[in-house]
Design a protein around this ligand. Sequence first.
Ligand SMILES: [Zn+2]
Ligand SMILES: [Zn+2]
Length: 133
Amino acid sequence: MVQRRNTRQRTLVAEAVSALHTHPSANDVYAYVHERDPHVSLGTVYRNLNLLAEEGKILEVHTPGGSHYDFRTDDHDHVVCTHCGSVADAGVSRHRSIDDDVEVNTGYRVTGHFTVFEGVCPACQAKQAAQAS
Ligand SMILES: [Zn+2]
Ligand SMILES: [Zn+2]
């Protein structure tokens, strides 16, 4: 019974990440899950997000403001809004040659890297433009 409940909560968390194509934070996922099952705690959401990320079923995106989660699990970089914290896919390809340069410079065997771009999102730009006029 406990097992079945865990599986259901896990499915709900996975469903939230695949439904929210906005790189949700744990709180965003919690809001989605909570609407469908008020008994699920934020701790449960965190635990399941970590498990799903470990299993490679979702991608954990590290940003200066905390972790966000992505239904897209292929290797890709992100851009973060410094005003509202929204996260979007950067849409650029990775430069693997940088990994080689770092290996040469440091002697580390580099297994990968991720880049977070920072900027102001289109919605915040529009708000700023509206305030300025
Ligand atoms: Zn923004
Ligand atoms: Zn993404």
